[in-house]
Design a protein around this ligand. Structure first.
Ligand code: SF4
Length: 457
């Protein structure tokens, strides 16, 4: 029988909190413990997921082929036009390049790819080995940019430099170099940039539609269904609306400092947070459009009149069932806790890869007694908690899926690979439907759940 000491490393005890057993205190924002097999990705991967959905840009990974393969087509980010982002280009560094340097190889690859694909900009990602051999990405990119007449931007994302969070920052610094390059004439004073939505399964189109009904112009999608020219004039928007805790908030801060554009943080998941996002934008522009709050209320009322009766149906069967959540950024976890409550379910485990102390304090405030809150967890811990809490469904991403299935637990993909839109009011309905189908599936009769008694783990 496993004991607590075997499941949870002593050094990680401060990153796990059981609500109700002790006063709230959590350690977080630290390097992953060696040997604990964190669920986190590397810095390069963090930058890649943020920039990837810019569909008319060339994305060239300067490194061994594995880095490119690992992040190829990494998000299900849809484009309404070009799909250059879906191709994976790599300089495929070999031993000789590592010994003698690979700037010439990078130059050749970049010029050939730009001639062939005619992108509107190019991003060149630095990987671990490039950080070690010291290729001057900045100089190569500058030369190619001058020769080809498009922005060619280095992304300083050497994988070993920190956690995925540093990758987000590298991506924001790269994008910031595009902002301000184009004219902003003709942009409405009631205008926004949408930051931190990656258009998974077409979600940004749903959100844009709500804003359109409110009379709000969207200048740039950053980055779902993104276009280089839109980002270049994004400094003309009146407000940056940022979703997700970490991915693009650094860009919003840079734009605030350089161009005076304020930003708000929102979430489009779940009924409460989606409505709140629309109201927050409406309140910001009330002095410019006195009718905007009424228009936002109209959108919410219309959507809820369809949604609520259907949610009540699901609730009848789901009442009292248990859910576990483990996601990249904690912001999504807040919305998921509320969304599960709306369909009668109880969240018994919630955690994230990159949450801050402030994030975990908020999770502590909104969760029920007995909930386990965890930072930067690993498969062994997650498996133990799932069994101990006897959960009905686990919400996570591609790395969490096998953990759930091996234990005979239902799984809901709420990450890059999802194929159903889960944002917006319609997304809440899709989410409830998916949870219902999974939890109530007859398949669990043939794949019984593995359970442990509390504190056997
Ligand atoms: S850790 Fe380094 S080598 Fe591995 S994928 Fe990331 S950048 Fe590439």
């Amino acid at each position: 029988m496993e004991t607590g000491a075997q499941t949870i490393f002593k050094e990680r005890e401060g990153q796990i909190h059981r609500k109700g057993e002790e006063p709230f205190e959590m350690t977080c924002n630290r390097d992953s413990l060696a040997g604990a097999v964190s669920q986190r990705a590397c810095v390069f991967c963090g930058s890649r997921v943020v920039l990837y959905p810019i569909a008319d840009a060339l994305h060239l990974v300067h490194g061994p082929i594995g880095c490119a393969a690992y992040t190829w087509d990494i998000r299900g980010a849809l484009s309404s036009g070009p799909e250059l982002h879906r191709l994976s280009f790599s300089t495929d560094l070999q031993e000789k390049d590592v010994i003698f340097g690979a700037e010439t190889k990078l130059y050749s690859a970049l010029t050939e790819l730009i001639d062939r694909h005619k992108p509107n900009a190019a991003f060149v990602y630095s990987t671990c080995i490039v950080g070690i051999i010291g290729d001057d990405l900045e100089a190569v990119c500058k030369r190619v940019s001058e020769e080809k007449g498009i922005p060619v931007i280095p992304v300083q994302s050497e994988g070993f430099k920190g956690s995925k969070r540093e990758g987000y920052n590298a991506a924001c610094r790269a994008m910031f170099r595009l902002v301000g390059m184009r004219e902003t004439t003709g942009i409405s004073p009631v205008s926004i940039n949408i930051l931190g939505d990656f258009n998974l399964a077409g979600e940004i189109w749903i959100i844009r539609d709500y804003f359109k009904k409110m009379g709000v112009e969207v200048v740039a999608n950053i980055t779902g269904d993104g276009r280089v020219a839109d980002i270049q004039r994004a400094h003309g928007a009146g407000l940056n609306v940022v979703q997700c805790s970490g991915a693009t908030v650094d860009l919003a801060k840079m734009m605030q400092e350089a161009y005076g554009i304020p930003y708000i943080q929102v979430s489009y998941f779940g009924v409460e947070d989606m409505a709140e996002a629309l109201y927050s934008v409406a309140k910001h522009f009330e002095d410019k459009d006195p009718d905007i709050l009424r228009k936002a209320q109209e959108v919410v009322r219309e959507e809820l009149s369809v949604l609520y009766p259907k949610l009540q149906e699901f609730r009848k069967d789901l009442e009292g069932k248990k859910a576990a959540i483990y996601v990249g950024g904690a912001f999504k976890a807040f919305s998921l806790v509320k969304a599960f409550r709306l369909i009668g379910m109880k969240v018994v485990l919630v955690g994230s890869q990159t949450g801050t102390e402030e994030d975990y304090r908020e999770l502590y405030e909104i969760t029920d007694e007995g909930t386990i809150i965890v930072d930067d967890s690993n498969p062994l811990e997650l498996s133990s908690f799932l069994q101990e809490q006897d959960v009905d469904i686990f919400v996570g991403g591609v790395k969490e899926r096998p953990i759930a299935y091996k234990l005979g637990v239902g799984f809901c993909d709420h990450n890059h690979e999802r194929k159903e839109p889960l944002e917006g009011f319609v997304g809440m309905l899709n989410f409830a439907q998916e949870v219902y189908n999974t939890v109530m599936s007859p398949v669990w009769r043939f794949a019984p759940r593995k359970v442990k008694r509390a504190r056997e783990v």
